[in-house]
Design a protein around this ligand. Structure first.
Ligand code: ZN
Length: 243
């Protein structure tokens, strides 16, 4: 399995950047995880739009769905130019925005459930409700060879995430806060808490994403290392992480 960050920013993208988003590749299947601002542009540095097979949206905050509207237009144009290939988009239905999405010949919307495992292409997908102001799902993707990657999506500390992420070969955790902000800003983890989650869940490797627009983001890695002895780094855009 290959994991390729397309953007790392929380809230809004920096200049020439994109919101936190990941392309995950298994065999010839291309899955996009979250589709915030700047993601569609970033994606095209890696693959053609028509090579994308599915999208998972973790929740309906703008920094996770902003580019979904233009992705619809992209599919309309590309399907007219190159022949029909329908894109599957998965999201939970606990938000009325989901009801406003309508499937057409270009895009088919599917409900992402949190109660049972789901097959999406070659992936076995598990979900866990996070601790966030809106209903949000952490996502675990298990590949064909049993390798597991867990994405926290947006969340504050939640003990259940330890069991959920347990034994993952790679944990992609949000780190939207610095340690001194723990308990002061709801809905997000600090770098230290991301490291604690990686340690408690005994994961193989930790990548930090959904980064803040203030302070020195390298401090998030330093914080994480106070809790986690394994490899930890900031997610680097367009780098390929082999799992
Ligand atoms: Zn959010």
């Amino acid at each position: 399995m290959k994991v390729i960050p397309l953007g790392v920013w929380g809230g809004y993208p920096k200049a020439k950047g994109a919101n936190s988003s990941f392309l995950v590749i298994e065999k010839d299947y291309h899955l996009l995880l979250d589709c915030g601002s700047g993601v569609l542009s970033s994606l095209q540095h890696v693959i053609d739009i028509q090579d994308l097979d599915a999208v998972i949206v973790t929740h309906f905050h703008h920094d996770h769905v902003a580019d979904l509207g233009v992705l619809k237009y992209a599919k309309l144009v590309q399907n007219q130019l190159h022949g029909k290939k329908r894109l599957s988009v998965y999201a939970h239905n606990q938000d009325k925005k989901f009801q406003e999405w309508t499937s057409n010949d270009d895009i088919q919307f599917h409900v992402l459930t949190e109660t049972k495992e789901q097959k999406i292409g070659p992936f076995t997908v598990h979900t866990q409700v996070t601790n966030h102001p809106v209903y949000c799902l952490a996502i675990q993707l298990e590949g064909l060879e049993g390798k597991k990657v867990t994405f926290t999506s947006d969340t504050a500390w939640k003990d259940e995430l330890i069991t959920f992420a347990s034994g993952s070969h790679l944990l992609v955790s949000e780190a939207n806060l610095y340690q001194h902000l723990e308990g002061k800003i709801p809905g997000h983890l600090s770098g230290r808490q991301a490291g604690k989650l990686a340690h408690d869940a005994k994961v193989g490797q930790l990548l930090l994403t959904h980064l803040p627009h203030f302070g020195d983001v390298n401090e998030l890695v330093v914080e994480a290392r106070t809790e986690f002895n394994g490899p930890v780094s900031l997610a680097e855009v367009h780098q390929t992480y082999e799992v």
